[in-house]
Design a binder for this molecule. Structure first.
Ligand code: AVI
Length: 329
């Protein structure tokens, strides 16, 4: 809440682009990684996938034949953009937390021609690059680019209030949250949407294991490289000295928990440098790097209700691979 009363630091970068900096606090990477790797069940936060190389790898994953979520969601957005627009009575403001390269929203900006777009993104460089390009390509849309992390973003919206805001959260990124955190995050999205606002969110669906396992074990090895990239990232930033030739990508669908799990398995003892100390991870140890929860239309709708939304509509593709939910605050 502390940001609500602080004047926002902002800069007019071009006639239709204002940049707001909430100065997302830097995390203590060494402390965070040391703690999670030293736990009885070692883990790494999935955010460590996403340095420059990791983001490029993720982009390539979304174009592999096996990884169906991105293209299926895009086809749903393309097919139903008009219907959603009509349902929302011509929405004028779209807010997108974790907007990244602001690619998917282009489809909505084209179809809806809203007055405002507000991307929220922790990476200043990525946000500046993407929003400058967008401002050029959509001269009639005013872009309020907000550099913030998710939690700040939830505390900030009054300062940039726009009535009837539609929060756009595509990609089934919601599936990368643990159930309890997911509920809290959805409530935060409700705050961000504000009274009279709405949420348009993608959620990947449960389906036979073979299809899911293939999506996270693509033949080209891009998901394996993406997973391993977390270690390259730590080697570069913290000098951990993971021997990545002796680590392997493991991904499988955990049916009981309805989630894909990704791990990195040590094929030999790994002696990891963490600041002043060395941590040994024994051969056979698995570092848990990501969960990607899968939903049913009903289970996800129930989560929306629990977070205070009223579901309006849900669209799925003919193969029932992916769902796009529209809910009202
Ligand atoms: C970003 N997120 C929705 C992706 C997913 O499918 O959970 C991340 C990913 N991990 C491996 N492949 C893609």
């Amino acid at each position: 809440m502390k940001h609500q009363h602080t004047p926002l630091n902002h800069q007019q970068l071009c006639p239709n682009l204002t940049f707001y900096d909430l100065y997302p606090p830097a995390t203590d990477m060494l402390a965070e990684v040391s703690q999670s790797l030293s736990a009885p069940a070692p883990s790494l936060h999935p955010k460590y996938f996403y340095d420059e190389a990791g983001s490029a790898l993720f982009d390539r994953i979304t174009r592999t034949p096996e990884y169906y979520p991105t293209r299926t969601e895009t086809s749903l957005l393309t097919a139903y953009a008009e219907e959603i627009r009509a349902r929302l009575n011509q929405p004028q403001t779209i807010a997108e937390p974790g907007a990244g390269s602001c690619e998917k929203v282009r489809l909505l900006l084209d179809a809806w021609q809203p007055r405002h777009y507000m991307p929220l993104e922790i990476s200043r460089e990525c946000l500046l690059g993407a929003s400058r390009q967008l401002a050029q390509d959509f001269p009639d849309v005013h872009i309020s680019a907000v550099c913030a992390d998710y939690c700040q973003a939830m505390a900030m919206p009054q300062a940039l209030a726009q009535p009837g805001r539609v929060v756009f959260f595509p990609g089934s990124t919601i599936g990368n949250f643990e159930p309890a955190a997911r509920g809290e995050f959805l409530k935060g999205l409700r705050t961000l949407a504000g009274p009279g606002g709405a949420l348009l969110i993608g959620a990947d669906l449960q389906k036979p294991d073979t299809r899911l396992n293939a999506a996270y074990n693509d033949a080209e090895g891009l998901t394996a490289a993406f997973n391993m990239n977390a270690l390259h990232h730590l080697n570069r930033e913290l000098g951990c000295q993971f021997d990545t030739d002796n680590m392997q990508h493991v991904a499988f669908y955990n049916t009981a928990r309805q989630r894909i799990e990704m791990h990195l398995e040590c094929l030999s003892d790994q002696h990891i440098h963490l600041g002043e100390r060395t941590l040994t991870l024994k051969s056979g140890t698995r570092i848990h790097t990501e969960n990607s929860y899968k939903f049913t239309v009903e289970s996800f709708s129930a989560e929306l209700v629990a977070a205070g939304f009223t579901p309006l509509s849900c669209w799925t593709d003919p193969q029932n691979l992916f769902s796009l939910h529209l809910a009202q605050v």
